[in-house]
Design a binder for this molecule. Structure first.
Ligand code: FES
Ligand code: FES
Length: 209
């Protein structure tokens, strides 16, 4: 029996397989006990089993486990946690983009791959990226809205991170001025109200462009 070692959600794992052509999906759902990737068609046609191989969305039902050796595999479980969701997971919840949920693994993992390549995709680019992820429940409209919301959430997060970096930079001139000027009374800025209307954002229908 051959052994295959790869990185799975950030840690090194080893699986045994009699057949090097055994689908990676079987190893993930069997000995590795992950249930994010789903078995749908088993033929590479529905997308339910999608994982990231390095940074590429890949059908794990047709990828031989031997081809995963030494690669970096990320499943739905590796994107976020219930306490700290990935923005794409958060967006799908915000937009209630599911009925039975069986397709969501593939939809979310494919969306993560898309937004890494194209941070602000057009509706046409979203449809092209998810064209081969099937949803039998017909939740397509909400899924398209969730992808656009995910792009917005990721842009907001990136802007917040840049703002934190800027405020963390040492401002030598201001420090020198502060050392010579008398201290002014501190005035608390008004706290911004959270007025975000998540439902309204999600339910703004994507254009047909
Ligand atoms: S189960 Fe892999 S594409 Fe359908
Ligand atoms: S929500 Fe049921 S298959 Fe997509």
């Amino acid at each position: 029996m051959a052994r295959y070692t790869f990185r799975l959600n950030g840690r090194s794992v080893t699986v045994d397989a009699w057949d090097p052509a055994q689908p990676l999906l079987y190893a993930l759902r069997g000995p590795l006990a992950l249930h994010g990737p789903k078995f749908g068609c088993g033929l590479g046609q529905c997308g339910a089993c999608t994982v990231l191989v390095d940074r590429t969305a890949t059908r794990s039902c047709t990828l031989p486990v031997s081809h995963a050796a030494s690669r970096d595999i990320t499943t739905l479980e590796g994107l976020g946690t219930p306490a700290a969701l990935h923005p794409v997971q958060q967006a799908f919840i915000d937009c209630q983009a599911a009925q039975c949920g069986y397709c969501l693994n593939g939809m979310i993992v494919s969306t993560v791959a898309l937004l890494r390549r194209i941070p602000r995709p057009t509706p046409a680019q979203v449809r092209a990226a998810l064209a081969h992820n099937l949803c039998r429940c017909g939740a397509h409209l909400e899924i398209l809205q969730a992808v656009q919301r995910a792009a917005a959430l990721m842009a907001e997060r990136a802007a917040d991170e840049r703002a934190v970096e800027r405020t963390a930079e040492p401002d030598i001139e201001r420090a020198a001025e502060a050392a010579t000027e008398p201290a002014l009374p501190v005035v608390e800025p008004a706290r911004a109200l959270l007025t975000e209307d998540t439902a309204a954002r999600c339910h703004a229908a994507p254009s047909r462009a």
